[in-house]
Design a protein around this ligand. Structure first.
Ligand SMILES: Cc1ncc(COP(=O)(O)O)c(C=O)c1O
Length: 363
């Protein structure tokens, strides 16, 4: 079992530091700073008596609600036990031989694809961490699946829709599929300009991955979905896992989430405000900050490889990015949290870097 390849393992870190989980400030995961919305909390509590039955294996009601929200056909949706579950179902259902991936990228893509026997072809995003037109040249007849993350994890950078459409066209010519992970996109104010959802019907080779985890702060519930207009793909993904992968409680949580669009607006507003605050403060510190647009920020502290350890005395966890392909161990990612927590992070970072009386200073 993999336990150390991601952020968010508060259980292990709290034990290591002799703290309770609530004493830790976890900047290593990137979850809505507004926390679990009240109406979803209530829906999950109210759902408790429903657990005596198996959940609907087809998630029919939830698919109808997602379809209405995303303006796609219910039959073009398949739900899963979080986005990560769907990545594995996708990899085992489609069994691509060669997968093209811009790196650095979310570690789970490679984990899932190689577990299913695929070999990876990397497009290293050098310097500006962006996908450029030369990516098209890498889409050869051998490539069966292309994975793009928009905005990318860990950088938070967005790839223009125009370029993704060119990638889809080229991939179509080469008979390759393109999976675009939009799990963080709905937290970005410019979602409408970047999402591929309006193109889901047009491109049968397109798959869009979505998750309820980040926006609705429910990483512990596990709920995600894939959109694809190719019925064969939906069938293969469905058949690559158990029938009841989405619990009754998760289905009710999803329905409640979609019933209240105001919450999404509130998260977008909160994140945008905190993101600009953090960018301004981080820019004043001796680090190389990437101008990400998601609810997390990515930076490098050239030569400083123990920033996570330096922040531990402050009860702060951040994500070391050294297990991302193409990154060294002086790259970091921090989630955008509530304002008081973000202030504490900035204060702690300033002390790590600047306080002459601090043994932890960088020099
Ligand atoms: C880019 C990206 N996609 C998908 C996921 C999967 O999220 P979940 O399995 O919680 O839905 C994550 C989780 O961190 C992620 O970072």
């Amino acid at each position: 079992m993999k336990t150390d390849s991601h952020g968010g393992n508060i259980y292990k870190k709290a034990k290591e530091l002799g703290l309770s989980e609530s004493q830790l400030m976890d900047f290593s995961a990137n979850i809505s700073p507004l926390g679990l919305p009240g109406h979803m909390r209530k829906a999950m509590i109210d759902a408790i008596d429903g657990v005596i039955n198996y959940p609907d294996p087809e998630c029919m009601e939830l698919k109808e609600a997602i379809a209405l929200n995303d303006k796609v056909e219910p039959s073009h949706i398949t739900c899963g036990n979080g986005g990560a579950d769907l990545l594995y179902r996708l990899a085992f259902g489609l069994r691509p031989g060669k997968v093209l991936l811009p790196v650095p990228a979310f570690v789970e893509y490679e984990e899932a694809c190689t577990a299913a026997g695929a070999s990876m072809v990397y497009y290293p995003m050098q310097g500006d961490f962006q996908v450029h037109e030369d990516f098209l040249d890498m889409i050869t007849e051998e490539i069966e699946l292309i994975i793009l993350c928009n905005p990318n994890n860990p950088t938070g950078l967005l790839t223009p829709r125009k370029l993704i459409l060119s990638i889809l066209d080229r991939a179509k010519e080469m008979k390759a599929r393109v999976m675009v992970d939009e799990c963080f996109l709905e937290i970005c104010p410019d979602e409408a300009d970047y999402t591929l959802k309006p193109h889901a019907e047009e491109y049968e080779n397109l798959l869009i991955l979505k998750s309820f985890t980040k926006l609705y702060a429910i990483p512990g519930v596990r709920l995600g979905y894939i959109i694809s207009s190719d019925p064969a793909v939906i069938k293969k993904i469905d058949h690559a896992g158990q029938a009841w992968s989405v619990s009754y409680i998760a289905q009710q949580a999803g329905l409640a989430a979609l019933s209240c669009p105001q919450y999404k607006e509130a998260v977008i507003k909160e994140v945008a405000g905190e993101l600009s605050y953090m960018k301004k403060e981080l820019a004043a510190l001796p680090l190389k900050l990437c101008d990400g647009q998601a609810n997390y920020l990515f930076f490098r502290t050239p030569g400083i490889t123990d920033l996570d350890k330096r922040l531990e005395p402050f009860g702060i966890m951040i994500r070391n990015c050294s297990n991302y392909e193409n990154l060294g161990n002086d790259y970091w990612r921090v989630g955008v949290k509530s304002h008081p927590e973000n202030v504490k992070l900035i204060e702690a970072l300033s002390r790590c870097f600047c306080d002459p009386g601090n043994d932890n200073q960088t020099g």
